[in-house]
Design a protein around this ligand. Structure first.
Ligand code: PMP
Ligand code: GLU
Length: 397
């Protein structure tokens, strides 16, 4: 018997976390799996950030924080937005949450009424469409293939807008493709959006600092959109703090008020000690950020080179994040020992079972011809993983 609500029955579990879980289960059975499924930095949190957390415990940061976060953290985020992004926000325009995931979900639940449409460029991060479903909204998927570097154009955006459009969720640098919208591309999108004042932009910038093109560009820089952009960001990726669970939004005050109200009933303010650690991340030495980005860039070059040598994979050169998203349709429909691989999820499962490499099939990201490899792991692991993938794919008939 199941008494689970319709709302939850309609929701899919996170495929990224599910593949990672499967990989860990195989590892626990003693199988030597290389996990390129979940996307998280493999580095330890920098020492000065850990020390700030230890001090916070000793200083008795053991009470509830304000719902949108400590003023000192919100001030540090305002300073970050000013110094790094040249954007002016007030501390009252920041809400800190349990990771960027909750920050996106807060924004979606605060904005979307049943029947509202939300435009999501595909390939997309797995959770966006599920969050929109949770809110009762309708996903309007706009697809961009590898031939357009997985980035939608202004005219594609305009064609997707209807009187019911409530929001656009734009992720740059992108998970799962690693594509980065440059200033001109963002400007073209912003010019379209300027004509539709009812559309709010949720700009997921969690990979801001893992960007190999230099300066990060935010769609919030365009004046016409200033009062309807929700920037989502956090410390998970830039500071190797995925487990600490601190993300945030910077947004117009009416959205901030709605997200705070939601959080007040739902989770309260995020973990007090982790907030102090996040504050240290933003106010401390930033060398760790560029060092980790340099390591990711080296690995990007390595995996792009290795994957390009695998017959049948179509590979682009991602400009940011830590994912490679090759097109693998040449292998879909092939079989191994009589078992046919019907889609990219089957292919990912085959690579896990036969090659002992965990990845995520592109179906979960709205791109069924592709497969995602997270390259946030050591050079040695990447070399070995791509060798295994090549061998496993060569066995398919
Ligand atoms: N947005 C994107 C695009 C992501 O890849 C992630 C990674 N999980 C998140 C949001 C959520 O980040 P967090 O771990 O801070 O919740
Ligand atoms: N963002 C990461 C990924 O896409 C973490 C997993 C998740 O939160 O879904 O793999």
């Amino acid at each position: 018997m199941s008494l689970v609500s319709d709302r939850l029955n309609a929701l899919s579990p996170s495929e990224t976390l599910a593949m990672s879980q499967k990989s860990n289960e195989l590892k626990a059975q003693g199988i030597d799996v290389i996990n390129l499924s979940v996307g998280e930095p493999d580095f330890f949190t920098p020492d000065h950030i850990k020390k700030a957390a230890i001090k916070a415990i000793e200083d008795n940061y053991s009470f509830y924080s304000p719902v949108p976060g400590y003023p000192s953290l919100r001030n540090a985020i305002v300073a970050k937005l000013k110094n790094e992004n040249k954007l002016d926000y007030k501390p009252e325009q920041i809400v800190c949450s349990n990771g960027a995931k909750q920050a996106v979900c807060n924004a979606v639940l605060s904005l979307v009424n049943p029947g509202d449409e939300v435009i999501i460029p595909a390939p997309y991060w797995v959770s966006y469409v599920e969050m929109v479903k949770l809110a009762g909204g309708t996903n309007v998927i706009v697809s961009a293939g590898i031939d357009q570097d997985f980035k939608i154009t202004a005219s594609q955006l305009e064609n997707a807008i209807s009187p019911k459009t409530k929001a656009l969720i734009l992720c740059s640098p992108s998970n799962p493709t690693g594509s980065v919208y440059n200033r001109e591309e963002l400007k073209a999108l912003a010019e379209v959006l300027a004509r539709y004042p009812q559309v709010v932009v949720i700009a997921d910038e969690i990979y801001e600092h893992i960007n190999y093109t230099g300066q990060h560009e935010s769609i919030a820089q365009f004046e016409a959109l200033r009062d309807r952009v929700v920037i989502v960001n956090g410390v998970s990726k830039a500071y190797a703090m995925t487990g600490w669970r601190i993300g945030w939004i910077a947004a117009p005050q009416w959205i901030v008020a709605a997200c705070s109200k939601l959080q007040s009933q739902y989770t309260s303010g995020p973990n007090s000690v982790a907030q102090r650690a996040a504050e240290a991340a933003y106010t401390g030495d930033q060398d760790c950020v560029s060092e980790m980005c340099a390591a990711f860039k080296r690995r990007r070059d390595l995996i792009v080179g290795l994957a390009s040598e695998i017959p049948g994979l179509k590979v682009n050169k991602p400009d940011g994040a830590f994912y490679l998203f090759p097109e693998c349709s040449a292998y879909i429909g092939k079989s191994y020992q009589g078992k046919r691989l019907d889609n990219s999820a089957d292919l990912a499962m085959y690579l896990l079972e036969e090659g002992h490499v965990a990845s995520v099939g592109g179906m979960a990201f709205g791109a069924p011809d592709c497969i995602r490899f997270s390259y946030a792991t050591s050079d040695e692991m990447l070399v070995e993983a791509m060798k295994r993938v090549k061998t496993a794919l060569a066995k398919l008939k």
